[in-house]
Design a binder for this molecule. Structure first.
Ligand SMILES: Cc1cc2nc3c(=O)[nH]c(=O)nc-3n(C[C@H](O)[C@H](O)[C@H](O)COP(=O)(O)OP(=O)(O)OC[C@H]3O[C@@H](n4cnc5c(N)ncnc54)[C@H](O)[C@@H]3O)c2cc1C
Length: 464
């Protein structure tokens, strides 16, 4: 049967409504160049009466916080402009699964343009560099052509730029280890693992070098470090033992943590995870600090040198340079401090908000999680609408829904207010909870397809 191309009019009948672009107003651009080297995009799209009434809401970031505002904001009241170096939303809870091919990279990202912008140039693939709160102006830089700097005027600004991985000033981390925060990090880790496996088989390689290449060090026993270890363990058990059968006993993983692993979980669940990890022949828990990272291994606080072929660094968060440079109040972790309505302290105009990992509320410290960032994004969308409809804005309140973590071999931990559990049933809950939260029908189709493919045919170990 010959399939005809899908015509634009047909889309509305076959696609979920939220995936369609809703706005097709004519674009009328006015551009003026300021006396500085920046181009000012302050007066764009002021052609129609309706748009003149709308305030300009600028959102920085397309992560959990920013994307949540973008999806939930009532665009009747605001012209929404998004500035982010990333043109997609990343579903971070499943990022570790992509490092070994349980899931494919594109199965956990959603292009932000699918949310629908009023004008196509309302998304900027750029980084915010600084903010002039008095002039209500944002300075930005294109990520593809960094010398292209420009200014944007805003009426309301939402800062949702997240945070960086914290290196605690340990020498060599930036140069010789991989973080696990972005899709590019996962891709880098996956390639490095496959490269090392192939290098270890190179003719003439010494037994010590082979052992080094097949040793992975994970620094940090938080959920990210533990879940990466769990995914790698599944890869080892289900695929590596078959594809690299002669080397499988040489492969090892060391998880280094100075304190307790999964410290945000209850003690019972922590002990369960420790027992599981320790029962695995190729996995080792090391209680220590890493003091140096080298090209060929890490040095521990007691002077021991652990040779390894890959270091995955996941030890907490540090502020981004953009946040560091902002002239507003910050806490000890370098996060922006907000009031209970998420207004940044120090911005007298009350037009700058900060949400997610880059901020915290004065007197109400919340964990840096997707749950908090997403909920704050939703709250802000509602309160920004309340400002337009003269309704009272309630303070932000957060009640945790609990936490889940995967520990490998079809076992997970559930730490919820009503239930604490571990094992296979928790794994089923872990998978179904994330499946329902994926945020688009495309991802909800792709992720189970990847899981099924992995179960039936194993993980794809192609290197490209
Ligand atoms: C591997 C992994 C697994 C995780 N698992 C879980 C989990 O299971 N459950 C949970 O609750 N939390 C989890 N988290 C934590 C959760 O992902 C974060 O708390 C959440 O992403 C924070 O959201 P955010 O919007 O503040 O920042 P992010 O989601 O990091 O988004 C920041 C955005 O800002 C953009 N940006 C950066 N700099 C600039 C700039 N100068 N200008 C404009 N934009 C900028 C970035 O490109 C990005 O789009 C996990 C995190 C990781 C890394």
């Amino acid at each position: 049967m010959k399939l005809n191309k899908i015509q634009p009019g047909m889309m509305s009948s076959i696609l979920p409504k939220r995936l369609l672009l809703h706005y097709s107003f004519p674009t009328f651009l006015t551009r003026r160049t300021s006396s500085s080297s920046f181009t000012t995009l302050g007066n764009r799209h002021l052609s129609s009466n309706s748009s003149q009434k709308r305030e300009k809401l600028v959102i920085l970031g397309t992560g959990w916080g920013g994307y949540s505002v973008l999806k939930n904001i009532n665009k009747k009241y605001y012209d929404v402009i998004v500035v982010s170096p990333r043109n997609h939303f990343l579903f971070t809870p499943l990022l570790a699964s992509t490092t070994v091919g349980t899931l494919e990279f594109r199965s956990i990202i959603e292009p932000v343009r699918n949310t629908g912008f009023r004008h196509t140039d309302h998304f900027h693939l750029s980084e915010a560099i600084s903010v002039d709160a008095n002039e209500k102006t944002l300075h930005c830089q294109n990520v593809l052509v960094p010398e292209k700097a420009y200014k944007i005027k805003y009426d309301k600004l939402v800062i949702a730029v997240g945070a960086l991985s914290n290196t605690f000033g340990v020498p060599g981390v930036y140069e010789h280890s991989s973080f696990l925060k972005e899709i590019a990090d996962a891709r880098n880790i996956r390639n490095r693992i496959l490269n090392n496996f192939e290098l270890a088989l190179h003719p003439g390689i010494s037994p010590e070098e082979r052992k080094r290449l097949l040793h992975i060090v994970i620094v940090g026993g938080g959920p990210t470090g533990v879940e990466f270890g769990a995914e790698f363990y599944d890869f080892l058990r289900e695929d590596v033992s078959r594809l690299y059968s002669e080397e499988k006993d040489l492969i090892s993983v060391s998880l280094i943590e100075a304190n307790k692993i999964l410290s945000s979980f209850s003690e019972g669940l922590q002990n369960y995870a420790v027992k599981k990890i320790q029962s695995r022949k190729q996995m080792k828990l090391v209680q220590s600090h890493v003091t140096e990272v080298h090209e060929n291994g890490v040095k521990l606080s007691d002077g021991t040198f652990l040779p390894c072929g890959l270091v995955v660094w996941s030890t907490g968060l540090a502020p981004r340079p953009f946040v560091k440079n902002l002239d507003f109040e910050k806490n000890q972790s370098g996060q922006l401090i907000t009031d209970e309505k998420l207004n940044v302290l120090g911005d007298d105009s009350k037009s700058i908000y900060a949400i997610g990992d880059c901020a915290n509320i004065q007197g109400n410290t919340l964990p840096c999680t997707a749950q908090v960032a997403e909920r704050q994004g939703k709250y802000l969308s509602t309160s920004l609408e309340c400002l337009k409809t003269d309704k009272e804005v309630e303070p932000f309140a957060f009640k945790s829904m609990g936490m889940l973590a995967y520990v490998g071999n079809y076992k997970a931990l559930t730490d919820m207010p009503a239930v604490q559990a571990q094992g296979f049933h928790s794994w089923l809950l872990w998978r179904s909870a994330y499946l329902t939260r994926l945020g688009s029908w495309r991802l909800r189709m792709q992720v189970p397809m990847d899981w099924t493919k992995t179960l039936l045919f194993g993980r794809d170990t192609s290197r490209f």
